[in-house]
Design a protein around this ligand. Structure first.
Ligand SMILES: [Zn+2]
Length: 71
């Protein structure tokens, strides 16, 4: 079992980490995304500080923009 512990000085808050209670925000639109850390780190090329995950809508918009630029 892994958990996150945050100390507020007067108390510590401990939260177990599961595949359904880890979230991040899309760096482009700010949407909250549920993240399965095991999946994110499965390729061994990610880290907690610099890895970001782009939501499906922004991914679709990026792909559309690239397709338009190629024409
Ligand atoms: Zn987004």
């Amino acid at each position: 079992m892994f958990y996150v512990k945050t100390s507020f000085g007067y108390a510590d808050v401990v939260t177990e980490i599961h595949c359904d209670n880890v979230f991040t925000r899309c760096p482009e639109c700010g949407s909250e995304l549920n993240v399965d850390l095991a999946e994110v780190f499965s390729d061994g090329d990610a880290d907690l500080e610099s890895t970001s995950i782009i939501c499906s809508a922004c991914t679709k918009r990026r792909m559309t923009n690239k397709a338009v630029q190629r024409r």
